[in-house]
Design a protein around this ligand. Structure first.
Ligand code: FAD
Length: 417
């Protein structure tokens, strides 16, 4: 991109970790001849790392920040629209509301979506764990099935009280551990014998947390087993129907299947014709530029990079891309992309987490403390100090700026929170 007096239109699509961080970086740099627009499909940012807490009754406000509180509208334009198509040849992005957005430079930060691998019945009969509505739907469902079996037979209770979580990655472990504790609490409230509640964690591979060190994964496995989670390894799901999950050699009777085992990058990327890896993540060069179109950058879960799939990588990518675009504009030397390794924090039940931080391993309450510090660091990476501390400390603060959060919150008050 040559230095020019004319304005460069930078369009960022996706208001998650990478998109917001990228917009913030432009906001801080406040370069006069770069106009930045961020388009997201919702008016708030969702902090996925703490979604599992919503399942156990915490407020959505703990994981939700209105974008208006993060960005300065004078410096970055923010629009809410669901993108339905990217056309890199005409340099246009089409929104669901009929709008067409042109760009000089496009940053694709559309994240990932659930992948059901065409397993029969799975999409219809499972619950996801990717968004606030997913987590709240799961919470509602758990309450409903436990309530519904309170007056039933023992067989009814065993079926309703059997919760199957598929996928032994970080999300599956977090959810299974939280459910093991929470469902027993709920059973007591409904005068059901807590020992009738059971959580199954199903993993197709030989161990849980396959991307983390083996000894660490073993310790986490012991921890979740000690909470009462039944961990089944080397069991791939074959199909699911309304009351069963079918594994290779057995069927589990259940009314609750939580699918956490598959994600792929947002399908708009492949639909636009960009070259991708087998998870639909765009192939990028050493500056995160598309290998097909040099005016398109990919960030976070949308980019095929070594540590893609982590929030810290997405934050790094967003910041890096803004730096590259500004440096190019100013004809400065471009540094290569080099994300650091992330800290891995795996919560496993209330007040307990395992941490992998380089060679350091921490478990238990200390791990939990580090995990909370990581939450704070993430909040601080896009919020001013006071707002970050408020979000970190005050779990039930009022949120007037975001109607979506307020609706979620109201739902919690009206429901069974
Ligand atoms: C339950 C869960 C727990 C996790 N826990 C951790 C953790 O503890 N630590 C960690 O490092 N990582 C964790 N991750 C992974 C981490 O959240 C992701 O790596 C990170 O969110 C990627 O950032 P991103 O900006 O690429 O995508 P996202 O943060 O997902 O942002 C994508 C954005 O694009 C928007 N969007 C999607 N489609 C459209 C469209 N068509 N039009 C407009 N906007 C659209 C979405 O609404 C979203 O706001 C977790 C993920 C999940 C699901």
């Amino acid at each position: 991109m040559a230095k020019s007096a004319t304005e460069t239109k930078v369009l960022i699509v996706g208001g998650g970790f990478a998109g917001i961080k990228c917009a913030l970086e432009f906001q801080e740099k406040n370069i006069r001849n770069i106009k930045v627009t961020l388009i997201g499909d919702r008016s708030h940012f969702e902090y996925h790392g703490a979604l599992y807490r919503l399942v156990a009754g915490h407020s959505p406000l703990e994981v939700c920040v209105p974008v208006a509180e993060i960005l300065d509208e004078e410096k970055v334009e923010f629009l809410v629209d669901k993108i339905k198509k990217i056309d890199p040849r005409t340099k246009q992005v089409m929104g669901t509301d009929g709008s067409v957005y042109g760009y000089d430079v496009l940053v694709v930060a559309l994240g990932a979506e659930t992948n059901y691998f065409n397993i029969p019945g799975l999409e219809e009969h499972s619950l996801g764990m990717k968004t606030i509505p997913d987590a709240l739907a799961l919470k509602r469902h758990i309450h409903e099935v436990i309530e519904s079996c309170a007056d039933g037979t023992k067989a009814d209770k065993l079926c309703a009280g059997n919760f199957v979580v598929i996928g032994g990655g970080a999300t599956g472990v977090e959810v299974a551990a939280e459910l093991a504790v929470y469902t027993k609490k709920l059973a007591k409230i409904h005068a059901i014998e807590p020992s009738l509640m059971n959580v199954e964690l199903i993993e197709a591979g030989k161990r849980i947390l396959p991307t983390l060190p083996e000894r660490f994964a073993k310790k986490i496995e012991r921890r979740v087993r000690s909470l009462g989670v039944n961990v089944r390894l080397s069991r791939a799901i074959q199909k699911s129907d309304i009351e069963n999950v079918y594994l290779r050699d057995m069927a589990l009777k259940t009314k609750t299947v939580v699918w956490t085992a598959g994600v792929r990058a947002n399908r708009l990327i492949t639909e636009a014709g960009f070259q991708t890896d087998n998870l639909g993540k765009a192939l990028v060069d050493k500056n995160l530029q598309s290998v097909d179109h040099k005016d398109v950058y990919f960030a976070g879960d949308a980019a095929s990079t070594l540590f893609s799939g982590m929030a810290q990588t997405a934050l790094y990518d967003g910041e890096y891309i803004a730096d590259v675009i500004v440096d190019k504009q100013n004809e400065q030397k471009i540094r290569h992309y080099y994300p650091g390794k992330s800290i891995y924090a795996i919560p496993a039940g209330p007040g307990w987490a395992g941490i992998v931080w380089g060679p350091l391993r921490l478990y238990g309450a200390l791990g939990w403390f580090v995990r909370r510090v990581v939450d704070l660091v993430v909040y601080r990476s896009f919020l001013p100090p006071k707002k970050a501390y408020d979000l970190f400390l005050s779990h039930k603060q009022a949120c007037e700026a975001c109607p979506i959060c307020c609706a979620y919150e109201q739902e919690g008050k009206d429901g069974r929170n």
